[in-house]
Design a protein around this ligand. Structure first.
Ligand code: C2E
Ligand code: MG
Ligand code: MG
Ligand code: MG
Length: 289
């Protein structure tokens, strides 16, 4: 008893904890303003089929156009609010905004699968699937396979049974699921049997050094083999160079996204990008060996 009290008291008077709390409430306040003032935006990064260059989808990535600081990337504010309910509110905004954009592109003749990132806290919400269903109901002209979710491998491993159920229910709603940052979760691989996801997304840290680092290349190769064995599709993220794309084709990875193909861009820029995009010639002649 005494021990527990002592620990609680320590926590209560921890000045670092207090500073963190103060910083958190300031950030939450500014994000509430940001939501009200339409300072949040989604940028979209194309995903392509490497060999044909065909555009197969886009990932929606959150941006905050802060009047004081300019464009703020998600890594600078999402980690701080990851346990705070405002991240759920932002999550809803992201899904709703992506759905509107998918319908808009569809009306303009571009039918795309757009993926949105789902936080661990979002996934834990008991009403997550019900709320997703309500979002979809508001968008009756959404094309088939219009929406996909990206769930962090680490979040899925956190509660495999729940993740498995959510993924199954999402797929019943016609919403695909990818396991994001795959390979960084350090999990026993047998859990893959319980996750009916559609796709594995190879973490970009493995792609980055793949051509120089035999270990990283072995991991990439291993994930591609794993995907085949478990019947997942597989995509590489963080493809920055033509040579990385070639190697991925040779290793049998059909899909990719990365700065070497396109950076994330505002929705309005994507149609133009799509019209002018040509894959490197070397990708057309590369072969899965
Ligand atoms: P992620 O889902 O793994 O997204 C990929 C990140 O890698 C993006 O960073 C993207 O801009 C970056 N990237 C793509 N290609 C390359 C490349 O070739 N080289 C390099 N160096 N980086 C590349 P971004 O937009 O800063 O997002 C960072 C992370 O923040 C995302 O990682 C995701 O976990 C999270 N995030 C972004 N938007 C959302 C959102 O709407 N909701 C949630 N819950 N998380 C989000
Ligand atoms: Mg992602
Ligand atoms: Mg990722
Ligand atoms: Mg990541």
């Amino acid at each position: 008893q005494a021990k527990l009290n002592g620990r609680q008291r320590l926590q209560w008077f921890d000045p670092q904890q207090e500073r963190h709390q103060a910083a958190l409430s300031r950030l939450v306040q500014r994000l509430e303003t940001a939501l009200a003032n339409h300072e949040l935006q989604l940028h979209y990064q194309p995903k392509v089929d490497l060999s044909s260059g065909r555009l197969i989808g886009a990932e929606a990535l959150l941006r905050w156009q802060d009047p004081r600081r300019g464009m703020v990337p998600p890594g600078e504010f999402l980690p701080t609010i990851e346990q705070h309910p405002i991240s759920i509110t932002i999550g809803h905004w992201v899904i709703e905004t992506a759905l509107e954009q998918i319908e808009r592109w569809h009306r303009q003749g571009l039918t795309l699968t757009v993926s949105v990132n789902i936080s661990a806290l979002q996934l834990q919400q008991p009403n997550f699937v019900a709320s997703l269903r309500r979002h979809l109901a508001r968008h009756p002209t959404l094309p088939t396979n219009g929406l996909e979710l990206e769930i962090l491998e680490s979040a899925a491993i956190g509660d495999i049974q729940r993740a498995g159920e959510v993924i199954r229910e999402c797929r019943a709603l016609g919403v695909g699921v990818s396991l994001d940052d795959f390979g960084t979760g350090y999990a026993a691989l047998e859990y893959l049997k319980y996750l009916p996801a559609e796709r594995l997304k190879i973490d970009r840290t493995f792609i980055r050094d793949m051509l120089e680092d035999r270990g990283d290349q072995a991991i990439v190769k291993g994930i591609i083999g794993l995907a085949k064995a478990f019947d997942f599709r597989v995509i590489a993220e963080g493809v920055e160079t033509e040579a990385q794309g070639c190697r991925l084709i040779e290793l049998g990875c059909p899909e990719a996204q990365g700065f070497g193909i396109a950076r994330p861009m505002p929705a309005a820029a994507l149609l133009d990008w799509h019209h002018q995009w040509q894959p490197p010639i070397s990708w057309r002649s590369a072969r899965h060996s």
